[in-house]
Design a protein around this ligand. Sequence first.
Ligand SMILES: [Cu+2]
Length: 375
Amino acid sequence: MSSFIKLFFKITTTLFLFVYCINVFAEYGLNFPEPVTENARDIYDIHMNTVRIISALLVVVFSIVIYSIIFHRKSVGYKADQEFHKGVFGRWAWVLVPVLVLGVDLGIAGKAERVLENLWLIPKDENMMDVKVIGHQWWWEYEYIDHGVTVESRYIPKEPSDDLYLRDVDNRLVLPINTKVRFLHTSADVIHSFWVPQLGMKKDAIAGYITETWADINKEGIYRGQCAEICGAWHARMPIVIEAVDQEKFSDWVAQQKNIMLAKAEEASSDKEWSMDELMEKGRSVYNKHCSACHQLEGEGLNPVFPALKGSKIVNGPLDEHIKIVLEGKVSTGMPAWNNLLNELELAAVITYERNAWGNDTGDIIQPSDVKTSD
Ligand SMILES: [Cu+2]
């Protein structure tokens, strides 16, 4: 008998130590991803402590149960204790055990409440940086309010076998480390949700509302998240990629973004005559970015709401009408007025593209000045 008990306790202590020491492993492969803000760290610690407590309870309870099953069997002649409820333990266990359990529960809940408060209360800080995060069907827009920079972030198609399948974007949300960043969440259409586990926060993005979260990232790196509110057919294709860098790299990045924006504006206002190839190339990227969500990548549309542009009467008909609907949109349909959303070069390019892509072959070349005159 005693050798059996010894073995049993050896196994349970090993199990207990294993669970207790699990956080010495640097690779969190089986656990939550590594937290990179204080709040995320707190959440992680609550999780780990809870797992430790429940593992210990599991071992204690199961030890008693298994011991009892083996040694209190009827076949070994064990006689049930008929006086158990009359002893001190029998009388008080029913009170003490629940009180102990409740105490442990409240201990966990108390800590959780404090962490939740830290998450919800946006700290007051002079150097707080504001980023407006706008959910779109199906991409994210990041507006760096303090820097005058806007980033459009769209997923990059990959093979399902790729590690970054549905997890990679063209433009990342670049943020400085050791800086409090306030995120202002809203949506341009349906409800989306901004979720980056390693930052310990998730918030719905609702059109017409602004909600807040904040993060103070303490480690450089790339942190991935996803839209966490089902928002239509391409819900799975709006990943979030945050690149956390030091202050210096962040300033460089901001300067670089401003240059890109300047160059774009300059290019659009130049009097250059654009070639068909140049317009088609620019047009494709404008189209895929801004139009394909509704009219689809191959211009085939989405019946019955979004008309096909491939073979469309307007797209293959008189130029004036085509320009008009793109610039002014169509009231009370989903078609937006693009004249305030795109510059003249982008408008000329996307119209040229529509008139010459997917088998539409009008051969028309539209210059930025054409869009201007008809405006
Ligand atoms: Cu979404």
